[in-house]
Design a protein around this ligand. Structure first.
Ligand code: GLN
Ligand code: ZN
Length: 761
């Protein structure tokens, strides 16, 4: 027998039922009971999906976020929401989403700030950051877990409660007073001990305890804390399966193996080469759970290849071997069966959560009973794998040849920045403190309506183009009225900055319901990069050149960069990310050159997601940055000196990567700084960053309208750090989520601020 299990399952539902239930509750359109019922139905359905497994996760479901759930289980609520008299579920949502004092659902209370959100390791899932200070106390509230366990038991589910381990929990949080989070461990551990005892009291045999920080570089005191913590948790009441995922354990491998737990889960997708070592040093009574099906991508597993290496492992381990996906399936869509439009050939290469569980079952059956017991499944899998490997839609020899022919000169501008800047200034003739925006203007409901009519076929392409041109014209008129210096077309025709390009590139496919939770009720549907990437024809030139005819001012061309397209897609597992990125770079480079040929003098290439692609281990950052920057340079730097390249990034922490950012050699970089009071600009001192910078002065995430005085003050701070002749004035990011009624006054103040700066600084 080989045990099968999963670390977690997507909770949103195949049709995003959870999203709709949450949002309707938040809007007051449905009751608490409706929401609770929707949650119970989803859990029931998802447990049914997992029924073939030997152990099924319980407690991985969440009404918002599993880290926030853990904070509530541990009684670690931020001070500002303690003493709330209403429903605990509402209090939970107050931490998750915040409440403004005016809002109807504030429940008579003052407003509260939402908890900070950040990315869960290197995934695109955002969790609510636990808040600590030196006085933080913990107190068990096991009600959520006990409720779900009771439900599971009633449904005959072979339950394995899932919790976040104490060290990953502490490491994921922030000490608001700068105190040492680790100092809280002695207070935290008794609550975990109590929780495990409570779970044992419910007849639980195994508890899954997630410690993914074991795949990151740990300070010695954090390593030591692991031994302390797990000795404290080793009561014999329940068996602990310590799960690690998203990477190899490396220097933490022996530490993990020495912990007094009854089993360890290793991500055998990313750490296959550690399996032998793990087995050789782990005490012989421990369970080895191997994550052999990728929980982060949407490709079918090559089951034959996995069995080739797993069968000998199975012989050694016998009943000690468990088989699972590499990590929680939270990061993949639910079920391929709902895809009606995907091309049949591509469909045959894919596996979503339901299909991945079936792969786990097939592998375990083959291990236990021999491959003959699942002959048909293995044959079908073999055929799919072979079809993908040899498909002409995946392999485009011309693209492979173009990537092989890349030479460093491709990424080099003709002259250094100082010389280009002179030529560009002569040509563009901009004032000091030039003003611009980041690209998008409000995506109004009319725009979205026209787009859905076009997609549904109720209006034709000509009518769609006409409607979008009207929107572009509107944004140009508004920008002229505002007196901005470098205009944009407004991106009305773009549903999404990655999908828009993916749809026009060969080598991309789109699912209908391949949704993945990003945070709370927000889901994303990453495009699927399946083949060698090429650009059949120009993608943006018609829109930009049309917009340019409407004004005498420079019209900025607007593109998404290769690294961002890559990082926000499901990507190939049959070639390195760097190779896919270079293919994207060549395709977008052609677009840049087409725009230049069409007379566009300023071209912005957004790299919003460059930073989030950084690997979990710092020791691997440079390798990533090298190919990411190279890809950007290939994309951007084929232009003439006179063409001004802008890039945009949605953050401002550049301290640790400033050399690479400078190496991209964009003429202008616009970044998000309005909330950080320009202090983060310190990273950009002259030596480290010689080119031009537009530090954001308008927080586009907020409905607040910045005043002229606030903007002037921010820019003065910026001018203390960066010479004024290298500064631009612009918002933090695109304006697509705002209303025109907010954008107009905000940009009016921004332009006035620039005028006053020209007169005074
Ligand atoms: N050009 C894009 C926009 O304005 C940039 C968005 C982003 O960086 N996330 O919408
Ligand atoms: Zn941005």
């Amino acid at each position: 027998m080989v045990m099968t299990h999963t670390l977690g399952y997507p909770r949103i539902g195949a049709r995003r039922e959870l999203k709709f239930a949450q949002e309707s509750y938040w809007k007051g359109q449905s009751s608490r009971e409706d929401l609770v019922r929707a949650g119970a139905e989803l859990r029931q359905r998802h447990w049914r999906d997992q029924a073939a497994l030997d152990l099924v996760p319980v407690g991985d479901f969440s009404f918002y976020d599993q880290v926030l759930d853990m904070s509530f289980t541990l009684g670690n609520l931020p001070e500002r929401v303690r003493g709330f008299h209403g429903d605990p579920l509402d209090n939970y949502f107050r931490v998750a989403r915040g409440r403004s004092a005016q809002s109807a659902d504030a429940g008579g209370c003052d407003g509260v700030a939402a908890g900070e959100m950040t990315k869960w390791f290197d995934t695109n899932y955002h969790y609510i950051v636990p808040e600590f200070d030196a006085a933080t106390q913990f107190k068990l509230d096991a009600s959520r877990l006990l409720g779900q366990l009771a439900e599971a038991r009633a449904q005959g589910v072979k339950a394995k409660p899932v919790i976040i381990g104490p060290l990953t929990y502490l490491a994921s949080g922030k000490a608001k007073d700068g105190s040492d989070r680790l100092a809280l461990l002695p207070r935290l551990l008794p609550v975990y001990v109590e929780l495990l005892a409570v779970l044992a009291g419910q007849g639980t045999e195994w508890v899954q305890i997630d410690e993914p920080i074991l795949v990151t570089e740990l300070e010695p005191e954090w390593q030591d804390a692991f031994s302390v913590a797990y000795r404290a948790l080793d009561s014999g009441a329940v068996k602990l399966l310590l799960t690690t995922y998203f990477g190899p354990l490396q220097e933490n491998l022996s530490l993990a193996c020495a912990l007094p737990v009854q089993g360890i889960h290793l991500d055998a997708i990313n750490a296959r080469n550690e399996v032998d070592q793990l087995i050789s040093i782990l005490p012989p009574d421990r369970v080895v759970s191997l994550g052999v099906v990728n929980g982060r991508n949407i490709w079918k597993t090559d089951l034959g290849a996995v069995l080739d290496w797993l069968e000998p492992v199975g012989k050694v381990l016998g009943e000690r071997l468990w088989v699972a996906p590499s990590c929680s399936l939270l990061h993949v869509p639910v079920d391929l069966a709902n895809e009606r439009k995907l091309d049949g050939e591509i469909l045959s290469w894919l596996a979503f959560a339901v299909q991945k569980l079936e792969e786990v079952r097939v592998l375990a059956t083959a291990l236990a009973q021999g491959r003959g017991a699942v002959e048909a499944e293995l044959a079908a899998n073999r055929a799919a794998i072979a079809s993908r490997r040899t498909s002409q839609r995946v392999n485009n020899p011309a693209v492979k040849a173009a990537v092989a022919a890349i030479v460093p000169e491709l990424g080099c501008r003709q002259s250094p920045f100082a010389q280009r800047a002179v030529k560009q200034a002569a040509l563009l003739n901009l004032p000091r403190f030039p003003t611009t925006t980041i690209g998008s203007f409000p995506q109004t409901s009319e725009i979205r309506q026209v787009r859905s009519q076009f997609k549904a076929g109720t209006i034709d392409a000509a009518a769609y183009t006409e409607a979008m041109r009207r929107e572009i014209a509107r944004s140009v008129v508004e920008q002229e009225g505002l007196g901005l210096d470098v205009l944009v077309h407004g991106e009305a025709e773009r549903n999404d900055m990655v999908e828009y390009f993916g749809e026009q590139l060969d080598g991309y496919a789109f699912s209908q319901s391949g949704w993945v939770q990003s945070y709370g009720s927000r889901c994303v549907k990453p495009p699927i990069l399946f083949g060698d990437i090429s650009r059949p024809k120009a993608m943006t030139v018609d829109w930009i050149t049309y917009a340019a005819t409407l004004t005498a001012k420079p019209m900025k061309g607007m593109l998404t960069g290769p690294v961002t397209i890559l990082n926000w897609s499901f990507v190939r597992d049959d070639q390195p990310r760097a190779v896919s990125c270079r293919q994207l770079a060549l395709a977008i480079r052609d677009e840049v050159l087409d725009l230049e040929r069409a007379g566009v003098q300023v071209i912005q290439i957004d790299e919003a997601a460059l930073r989030e692609g950084l690997p979990l281990r710092k020791s691997q950052w440079q390798e990533y940055l090298d190919w990411a920057v190279e890809s950007f340079r290939i994309t951007a730097n084929g232009v003439k000196d006179e063409t001004q390249i802008h890039t945009h990034m949605c953050y401002s922490e550049f301290n640790d990567i400033i050399a690479s950012i400078a190496d991209m050699d964009a003429d202008v970089i616009t970044i998000e700084t309005s909330r950080s009071d320009m202090e983060l600009l310190d990273a950009f001192d002259d030596f480290k960053y010689p080119n031009q910078i537009g530090p954001g002065v308008y927080d586009i995430h907020s409905p607040n309208i910045p005043t002229e005085a606030q903007i002037v003050a921010l820019m003065q701070k910026a001018a203390e750090r960066i010479p004024a002749d290298r500064l631009w004035v612009n918002p933090d990011c695109g304006l697509k989520t705002r209303q025109w009624s907010e954008v107009i006054p905000a940009l009016t103040n921004m332009v006035r601020a620039a005028q006053s700066l020209r007169a005074t600084v």
